[in-house]
Ligand binder design. Structure first.
Ligand code: ZN
Length: 338
């Protein structure tokens, strides 16, 4: 009799504990939401973003703005709003800023942003970035930039969809996430520089930038498999960030992480060549996911039919699980290097 009572007490204590775990949002396992990131959705969006209709998305062009409207429509469809403190999905950047370093007669352009507020530490913000501009039309040919950086553009949108779904089901991120589509990258990282000089959320509260630029193809170094991604910059400011990338990949995506271009002596200097650099230079830990260059890099052949959608999906899932960890972990990544 007594024994049974004890057992019953133990059992009821157990179930209370379980209930509490649900109430306090156990976000330890993202598995269910990794599956929200789907090859067919990425493909569908990329065929629009990198279509001739968008005219190569030259900074400030009609085509770029059209791509922006499409992207915003997707955010609306997925129930992801613009950030708190903004009046819409645009951060306007005047032409004067875009042409200040070198006058290229660029027109006014916009960064596009969307946002999911954190449930426990809303003031701490993770940025997930990708540039949505490309090089436009040359000699009557549309340069569609499917890999550069249509791939990163749709990856960020798809990640937002997964986080939004998690939030709807009571597993929203504990920290806030800013989904940031920057402009003017091809002309000198202008959009990310503008954001870093005019941040919507204080730089001190920005915990990390995850930047995605070209993740839909493979380079000649990896002719035999697309199951890899270059990881650049993660350990330059924060050992925690590097460890998070390695651990999440080991656990969920199992890509071959290639750190070759992370070597500060690498002559390509990719670390300084995409938008994460404008965060890193302000002391924000940053990681850049990249597939390397290929024959169609900045060429007219960078088309959506040449994208390897299985690789795009898996690399997006890696960025997602890293973002999930950073947004939900107890402590933000410590900056332990300079
Ligand atoms: Zn690019």
């Amino acid at each position: 009799m007594k024994k049974i009572v004890v057992l019953l007490l133990v059992a009821s204590a157990f179930s209370c504990k379980n209930m509490q775990a649900v109430a306090s949002k156990d976000n330890s396992d993202p598995t269910k939401y990794i599956k929200v990131i789907k090859e067919k959705d990425l493909k569908k969006m990329l065929y629009v973003v990198a279509s001739d209709e968008m005219e190569g998305r030259e900074t400030g062009s009609k085509g770029q703005k059209k791509a922006g409207v499409y992207m915003i429509d997707q955010y609306k469809k997925n129930g992801v709003s613009f950030p708190k403190g903004a009046t819409d999905y645009y951060q306007h950047i005047p032409a004067a800023y875009l042409n200040a370093k070198r006058n290229e007669n660029l027109q006014d352009s916009e960064n596009i942003w969307a946002y999911i507020e954190g449930s426990e530490k809303p003031d701490e913000v993770l940025v997930i970035s990708a540039h949505y501009d490309h090089v436009g039309i040359k000699n009557g040919e549309v340069y569609n930039g499917a890999d550069d950086d249509g791939s990163g553009t749709v990856a960020v949108m798809e990640m937002a969809k997964a986080f939004a779904k998690a939030k709807k089901q009571g597993h929203g991120p504990k920290r806030s996430i800013l989904f940031l589509h920057v402009t003017g990258e091809e002309h000198g990282l202008h959009g990310s520089r503008y954001y870093s000089e005019n941040p919507l959320f204080p730089i001190a509260n920005t915990i990390t930038d995850i930047n995605i630029d070209m993740i839909g193809r493979r380079d000649v170094e990896h002719a035999k498999t697309n199951n890899y991604v270059y990881v650049i910059g993660a350990d330059r400011l924060s050992t925690d960030l590097h460890n998070a990338v390695v651990a999440q990949n080991d656990k969920y995506t199992k890509l071959d992480l290639d750190f070759k271009f992370n070597d500060p002596k690498d002559p390509n200097h990719f670390y300084e060549r995409s938008d994460h650099y404008n965060f890193a230079k302000h002391g924000i830990p940053a990681v850049f996911f990249f597939n390397g260059v290929h024959e169609d890099y900045h060429g007219k052949g960078d088309e959506p039919q040449k994208i390897e959608y299985d690789a795009l999906t898996k690399r997006t899932q890696l960025a997602f699980v890293v973002a999930w960890d950073l947004a939900n972990r107890e402590n933000r990544p410590v900056v332990d290097k300079k």
